[in-house]
Write a protein that binds this ligand. Structure first.
Ligand SMILES: Nc1ncnc2c1ncn2[C@@H]1O[C@H](COP(=O)(O)OP(=O)(O)OP(=O)(O)O)[C@@H](O)[C@H]1O
Ligand SMILES: [Mg+2]
Length: 208
């Protein structure tokens, strides 16, 4: 099973948005896809509950109940992590994940939070030993702003690739409200936003 954990101890950086979109992409490519929600807020679980049955199925996976055992019959598992790394289940899952996707917003508070998160991440042996892949997603980026430039500078100082740059758009909030992703809604208007995900998806296939 290929496991992708979406994590950053900084709150509100887009973990659930990114996790639900990766899961929708995998399901759309006919992988038997699971989505585990480790956050008490259960936003990803709520999104699954709203997801129309006509769309490619994504199975809700409860890793707490499964007690560390990975579910059977799933090719790809996406894990939406909470804005904290303290919980043992979160550390366990992040250690087991093949890829850790880290969304970051263009703000100094988020950059500082991400530095703290990366320090926690490096305490995990498989990550430290380079046995896990890590990629950033620059999220809610507004082109040609000082904040966007600063974020680029910040991310290039770090040792992991920036796999995608996602622009700020209300289309995400509107899609997830209906249990959808931008790959399943938004029509032609969303096309430019969909294309922003392609480098991340290419990287995830290369690492699979
Ligand atoms: N690219 C984007 N453009 C516009 N809004 C976005 C984008 N990405 C995320 N958002 C919005 O930002 C808010 C936070 O996103 P999200 O819930 O995915 O973050 P999170 O990291 O999971 O938060 P938490 O730490 O609370 O779990 C949501 O309202 C979401 O719709
Ligand atoms: Mg979340």
């Amino acid at each position: 099973m290929y496991i992708v954990a979406v994590a950053n101890s900084k709150g509100g950086c887009g973990k659930t948005t990114v996790a639900t979109h990766i899961a929708a992409h995998f399901a759309g490519r006919n992988f038997r896809t699971g989505l585990a929600d480790l956050d008490r807020q259960q936003s990803a679980r709520g999104w699954l509950g709203r997801r129309p049955e006509s769309l490619p199925a994504i199975r809700a996976v409860d890793l707490d109940v499964e007690d560390g055992r990975l579910p059977k019959g799933i090719d790809r598992l996406v894990v939406d992590c909470p804005a904290a790394m303290a919980k043992a289940t979160v550390k366990d899952v992040v250690q087991q994940a093949d890829v850790i996707v880290v969304p970051v917003l263009p703000s100094t508070f988020d950059e500082d939070g991400t530095v703290r998160f990366l320090k926690q991440l490096m305490k995990l042996k498989p990550v430290r030993k380079n046995r896990r892949e890590v990629a950033f997603v620059a999220n809610r980026v507004r082109a040609r702003t000082r904040a966007a430039d600063r974020l680029e500078g910040f991310l290039t100082e770090l040792s992991f690739p920036v796999a995608a740059r996602l622009r700020d758009t209300q289309q995400y909030a509107n899609a997830v409200a209906d249990g959808l992703s931008l790959f399943e809604t938004g029509g032609a208007r969303a096309q430019g936003h969909r294309e922003e995900w392609l480098p991340l998806f290419d990287l995830l296939e290369r690492w699979a």
